[in-house]
Design a protein around this ligand. Structure first.
Ligand SMILES: Cc1cc2nc3c(=O)[nH]c(=O)nc-3n(C[C@H](O)[C@H](O)[C@H](O)COP(=O)(O)OP(=O)(O)OC[C@H]3O[C@@H](n4cnc5c(N)ncnc54)[C@H](O)[C@@H]3O)c2cc1C
Length: 545
């Protein structure tokens, strides 16, 4: 396709033409940077003992309890059940790769551990690109580790609106505390990356609340979570240590295997059927083909898209996959006159919570590949990435959207169809979020801002922020999300809930959901803390503890 035709499709009024070009531009950007990363980065050695405990793939298997999906929900479920002496089989569609199999946040990681290499999208008037992990450990293997407890007012809303029992702050407290110990939630032992501090400084100058968010990372010189609020300056002189992400393959999966649990990776559960009081799981292993698995009890933990997809494929549909919610995110790439980015920058840790839960702001992973992807709407700036990326970083505004989505399966298609509708309030909040984020970044010294808006112009000072419309027109913004939930909400209100207060699917025996799908609505904060605590609470209830 000729350059001028690409240009006209890129700015076309026809959504399909814009999406087509964007898809290929993303692939080309990923391919380019993965070649560069391979040349410059040393591949880490795989060194993980747990994989040895994996079982082969016979045609028939039996277990007292089967858990499908090994992300935070599934790994915690399987681990606690195995540690309680139960016979547990954990099935995971993705491969069992050690955390060290690739460089964190590299394009190699996307290709190894993301579902479809990260190219998945929720359709609607405003398409929302979303990414999910597809490997043992699920999203925990690829995420930034930013930890929040569920805000008490959100728990209260879920208790009242969805009639969820035993979900007050005091009920969840022991589960938060236990999970925080298990995955080593802690503060950075050294000063935050400069790009993260830019956000913090800009917000602080505006008088807006900004905080360093703790993470599930292990550092040799860790600062306990109780040190939240200590100034960054007190840590500025400390030696930098990148630390290691305490993902599921570093924490609950080895514990599960040590407790005698069996792990079957590269195996996808295609359909489930009732089998007396138990369940039959029709699965397929990547190389050895069909496996029939029989279980007395079944926990579905395949994530907010694939748990409802599996249930719907199996004919279980009541309140399943009708109420997906996401934290919709729009990005701005900011350029500064001084260096804010480096090859060992690590994860930015600050978030601005002044307008939470309606709006939150943060700094994204900003490797050259991620910066170039964030600049797809600004090709001239994207071409300069290799020269300017040290002065450049990507930032986001995230809304707690009112809108909802649904998940439907299509005959002969492997992946489900995901649709999402933003409301006018959502689009107004996204505009407001982009303007406020722009204000923070200009206050902290940014010289140019590149918002992820089709045909968007470069913003060079505060006065340009009024160019962002009050309500984002449909199709104008290039939106994405990494937080998906609420597709099988829990609660006693059977008119809107898929499961009871502890994840048992209404109307079915011995069938449970225990992952992000259960969160009744968007929590307004990074969700893994909520998912882990609720999963632990539900397993202990199952075990009658
Ligand atoms: C890039 C990125 C960054 C993020 N950063 C943060 C963060 O900083 N803080 C935070 O709190 N949250 C973060 N999140 C979100 C967090 O990772 C997810 O909310 C969390 O992983 C969801 O847990 P889950 O157990 O519900 O599902 P998942 O983690 O999605 O796990 C589900 C697993 O089930 C498997 N599976 C699916 N279908 C099948 C099937 N049919 N058969 C067998 N297996 C199946 C999948 O392969 C997957 O491994 C991030 C997410 C991403 C993608």
């Amino acid at each position: 396709m000729r350059a001028n035709q690409i240009g006209s499709w890129k700015n076309s009024n026809i959504g399909f033409q814009r999406d087509f070009i964007r898809y290929f531009e993303s692939l080309a950007t990923l391919a380019l940077y993965s070649r560069q990363e391979r040349r410059t980065l040393i591949r880490r050695e795989a060194n993980y003992q747990g994989a040895d405990s994996e079982i082969g793939a016979p045609a028939e298997l039996r277990a007292e309890i089967v858990v499908i999906g090994s992300g935070p929900g599934g790994a915690i479920t399987a681990c606690l059940l195995a540690e309680a002496g139960r016979d547990v089989l954990l099935i995971e569609e993705g491969e069992h790769l050690p955390l060290s199999s690739c460089t964190p946040f590299s394009t190699e990681e996307m290709l190894q551990k993301y579902r479809n290499g990260g190219q998945t999208v929720a359709l609607g008037k405003n398409k929302i690109a979303y990414v999910e992990g597809c490997c043992v450990g699920g999203g925990s293997e690829i995420n930034s580790g930013l930890y929040h407890r569920t805000p008490p007012e959100i728990l209260e809303h879920w208790r009242k609106e969805f009639q969820v029992e035993a979900l007050a702050e005091k009920d969840l407290l022991p589960h938060f505390e236990s999970c925080e110990r298990d995955v080593s939630v802690s503060m950075l032992p050294h000063a935050a990356p400069p790009a993260s501090l830019k956000l913090h400084d800009g917000a602080t100058k505006l008088g807006w609340k900004s905080l360093e968010v703790p993470r599930w990372y292990r550092y040799e010189d860790a600062v306990p979570k109780s040190a939240i609020g200590n100034s960054d300056k007190s840590r500025a002189g400390r030696q930098s240590s990148i630390g290691s992400r305490q993902s599921m393959t570093e924490t609950f999966i080895p514990r599960f295997l040590n407790a005698g649990g069996r792990l079957l990776s590269s195996t996808r559960a295609n359909r489930i059927r009732q089998n007396g009081d138990g369940w039959l799981i029709e699965s397929a292993h990547k190389s050895s083909g069909v496996i029939r698995i029989v279980a007395d009890s079944l926990f579905l933990c395949a994530g907010a898209v694939h748990t409802p997809a599996l249930l719907r494929r199996s004919g279980i549909t009541h309140n399943i996959g009708n109420s997906l919610q996401v934290h919709t995110t729009a990005k701005i790439v900011a350029r500064f006159s001084d260096d804010v980015n480096s090859a060992d920058m690590g994860v930015p840790v600050h978030q601005v919570k002044e307008f939470s839960p309606r709006l939150s702001f943060g700094c994204s992973i900003s490797s050259p590949a991620y910066v170039a992807l964030g600049l797809l709407d600004h090709p001239e700036a994207a071409r300069e990435t290799s020269r300017t990326w040290q002065r450049t970083a990507a930032y986001y505004t995230m809304i707690t959207s009112e809108g909802r989505g649904n998940i439907r399966t299509l005959p002969s298609f492997r992946d489900p169809l995901v649709r999402y509708s933003l409301t006018e309030t959502d689009r107004r909040n996204l505009s407001d979020g982009l303007r406020k984020l722009g204000q923070i970044l200009f206050t902290s010294g940014a010289t140019e801002l590149y918002p992820s808006l089709t045909r968007g112009s470069v913003l060079r000072d505060d006065s340009c922020l009024s160019k962002i419309p009050d309500v984002l027109p449909d199709g104008l913004a290039n939106l994405m999300t990494i937080h998906l939930f609420s597709s099988c909400p829990m609660g006693e209100d059977k008119s809107k809930c898929a499961t009871d207060s502890f994840g048992r699917i209404h109307g079915f025996k011995n069938l449970f959901v225990n992952d992000a799908s259960l969160l009744c609505t968007a929590p307004g904060v990074n969700p893994q803390g909520s998912i882990m605590a609720i999963a632990r609470r539900n397993v202990l209830k199952f075990l009658n503890k």
